[in-house]
Design a protein around this ligand. Structure first.
Ligand SMILES: [Zn+2]
Length: 255
């Protein structure tokens, strides 16, 4: 992830054979300006949540947001310290990771974020961290079993493991998409790497990143003390339906 040279190219995928997403925009269209500027602020601010919850060290970790209605995304610059992240140094790229606006190279994980946006149209935000407990499960290549009601609520079941994938092409993005397509979980633990989370917007993806670390820690501790008890599938379904369809439409409370 982000322990890479600051100017590492974000992607090598700009000339893939995919044709479903145009990436001709070389500037931010006028009609997208307001949304892009708002997302620069939102994405810059959301990075503070990663440090607030101790999900990242050094420059590791990144948040991005899709620009609704445009084949654009806003993402963290590569190699810039968290305390130096501002709306102005966020990077706007197309959905192949090519820079459209910005003074810095985009995050070294840009290709993975872009792949997710190209293949999961409902996703509006993506987050990646190496948060300690979630990454512990990645190191073991073990899904986090659904043993807590909050896991049923937020993840609808186990938090799945994705394939081992090397950075540098579409492998990470493909692994995220293949694992999360058809899954209720907004989080995937990429094997030997760490969590990637998705959401309808960047704030939702950040919340999933915070939650996955929280349950990863609790279930790990439970496993040290005994054998955590899996919830019954029908109870998981009921909890998930209630939380997502009823409770989720209230004021967005988290408990
Ligand atoms: Zn990483």
């Amino acid at each position: 992830m982000s322990l890479t040279p600051p100017n590492a190219p974000a992607t090598e995928t700009t000339e893939t054979t995919e044709t479903t997403v145009l990436h001709a925009a070389r500037t931010v269209p006028t009609e997208a300006r307001e949304a892009v500027d708002a997302l620069r602020r939102i994405v810059a601010d959301l990075h503070r949540e990663l440090t607030r919850y101790s999900l990242v060290v050094c420059t590791a970790g990144n948040v991005s947001a899709r620009v609704p209605g445009h084949d654009l995304m806003v993402i963290k610059p590569s190699g810039v310290a968290y305390e130096e992240l501002t709306p102005a140094n966020m990077v706007v790229t197309d959905l192949f990771g090519s820079v459209v606006e910005g003074d810095y190279a985009p995050s070294s994980d840009t290709a993975a974020h872009a792949y997710v946006y190209r293949h999961m149209p409902a996703v509006g935000g993506v987050v990646h961290t190496h948060s300690t407990y979630a990454t512990t499960w990645s190191a073991l290549a073990e899904p986090i079993p659904c043993v807590l009601t909050m896991m049923a609520d937020e993840f609808g079941g186990d938090v799945p493991i994705g394939p081992f994938a090397l950075i540098g092409d579409d492998s990470i993005g493909r692994g995220i998409v293949d694992t999360l397509t058809g899954s209720r979980s907004p989080a995937v633990l990429m094997a030997s790497h760490g969590p990637f989370t998705i959401g309808k917007d960047a704030a939702a993806a950040v919340k999933a990143a915070v939650m996955v670390e929280d349950v990863a820690r609790t279930v790990h501790l439970a496993g040290q003390a005994g054998t955590p008890k899996r919830l019954e599938p029908q109870d998981i379904d009921k909890l998930y339906a209630r939380y997502q369809n009823v409770y989720g439409q209230t004021q967005g409370a988290t408990s």
